[in-house]
Design a protein around this ligand. Structure first.
Ligand SMILES: *Cc1c(COP(=O)(O)O)cnc(C)c1O
Length: 425
């Protein structure tokens, strides 16, 4: 975490509304324009050279003297709406810098390509988002010679150490890729513990592994991984930050040095966030604080209803973590709230789950989460369909598990519909 993150001293609610856009930059327009252009015109040949010196060499002074003004070159290298989103997200993540991407997976893939080399080992928390799982287990391990090692309970020091030793035996550890809370089981990672172990491994192997945390499930207002020792925070902005299920986007926040390396690779891959999506994102972020608060209170109401229902076998909602558990202590230290996505299971398996799901109308049967509407899905046959059963069940996703992302509807309507659905099971 940096004390100089942009907007330091202001509340996140305030930063989410205004950070990153100055009306003086756009004819005084109260709201940012969408800058739809692929390229930018230079005032002179010397200015063009100076912009390139600034972009590639970090030059701040023009060859003919005087400071080099801010300027853009070509939209794959950066564009105004992208800069605005990145500034706003840096402020919310309390980071020196942020890189914006055209999806969450695009951000995660770029992070992996930037910091993993053939022969390296890496450790990931299980379960991890299925796209990340596929990236690691079906691309990086078999095709790029990266040794991947999973850890199921990353609040348990013994388990994290065992995974680290197994990984270290196969090659230097370059990265701890964590996701907390996990999708869809809400398993928590003790970020400070992982950082401590990464420091120890760094002392042994001569180079400290980086720690990245996928913060999608809680989002920037409920959890700040950088404050707990992570080097990089990854967010699928498609979810809570976008908040209306109408776009795909992602971000990575961290130190200027690490984000600089990620942006250099993004320029080559060409997977940045484009102007219209960036503009929608700026608009969505303005309501992030109120949406987060309302979704959290709705989720507590719905989770409490489900927990008390005789047909429900279990509810994995963060607010219900056992008082004396290690996960509870980490939750209270690390999270500002329980979020609004959790899973639950009915007694029985796939057949019972399907009978329930087919009764629902207000609750939409769809993958994804974090939108204004309530979404429900059956992970084993959808989001985690192509994760082998053994790996899926070992990390707590059974044939009866359903994932619920509680939205902004009135909770009484959600509960009335779920009550009818449960009667039909
Ligand atoms: C959705 C999601 C992603 C991937 O984001 P996309 O924007 O769909 O590419 C990554 N991690 C988690 C935890 C997610 O929920």
């Amino acid at each position: 975490m940096s004390a100089d993150y942009p907007g330091h001293g202001l509340h996140p609610d305030t930063l989410a509304v205004g950070q990153g856009y100055d009306p003086a930059d756009a004819w005084g327009a109260a709201k940012p324009p969408i800058v739809l252009t692929s390229t930018f015109v230079y005032p002179s040949a010397q200015a063009a050279k100076d912009f390139h010196r600034a972009f590639f060499d970090g030059a701040t002074e023009g060859e003919q003297g005087g400071p080099i003004p801010d300027g853009f070159i070509y939209s794959r290298l950066g564009h105004p709406n992208l800069s605005m989103v990145e500034a706003r997200m840096s402020a919310l993540d309390r980071a020196e810098d942020t890189a914006g991407f055209n999806s969450g997976m695009s951000a995660i893939s770029t992070l992996a390509l930037a910091f993993l080399r053939p022969g390296d080992s890496m450790i990931y928390s299980r379960p991890i988002y299925s796209g990340s799982d596929n990236l690691l287990n079906t691309v990086l391990a078999p095709n790029f010679g990266v040794h991947v090692e999973g850890v199921i309970d990353a609040c348990d020091e013994i388990a994290v150490r065992a995974a680290a030793e197994a990984a270290l035996a196969r090659g230097p550890i370059a990265l701890f890729m964590m996701e907390s809370p996990a999708n869809p089981t809400a398993a928590i990672v003790d970020i400070a513990l992982v950082r401590r172990i990464a420091d120890e491994i760094g002392a042994r192997q001569g180079k400290r592994p980086l720690v990245s945390v996928d913060n999608t499930f809680l989002g920037p207002l409920l959890q700040n991984p950088l404050e707990h020792g992570a080097d990089l925070t990854v967010t699928s902005l498609t979810k809570y930050c976008g908040g209306h299920s109408d776009l795909l986007a992602g971000s990575i926040s961290g130190s200027a040095e690490l984000i600089g390396r990620i942006k250099a690779l993004r320029m080559i891959l060409g997977n940045h966030m484009e102007p219209f999506t960036a503009w929608l994102m700026l608009r969505s972020m303005e309501s992030l604080a109120v949406r987060t608060q309302r979704a959290c209170t709705n989720a507590l109401t719905v989770a409490t209803f489900l927990r008390a229902h005789p047909k429900v076998a279990r509810v994995t909602y963060l607010g219900f973590l056992a008082e004396d558990s290690a996960a509870r202590a980490v939750y209270e230290r690390q999270c500002g709230g329980a979020g609004s996505t959790f899973s639950f299971a009915l007694h029985g398996g796939e057949a019972e789950a399907f009978r329930f799901l087919d009764q629902l109308k207000i609750l939409k049967l769809a993958v994804s989460l974090g939108g204004s509407e309530t979404l429900i899905c059956h992970p084993a046959t959808t989001t985690h369909y192509n994760i082998p059963r053994e790996r899926r069940e070992a990390s707590g996703i059974t044939d009866g598990t359903m994932r619920l992302s509680v939205g902004l509807e009135h909770p009484d309507d959600l509960i009335a519909e779920m009550t009818r659905g449960l009667e039909a099971v």
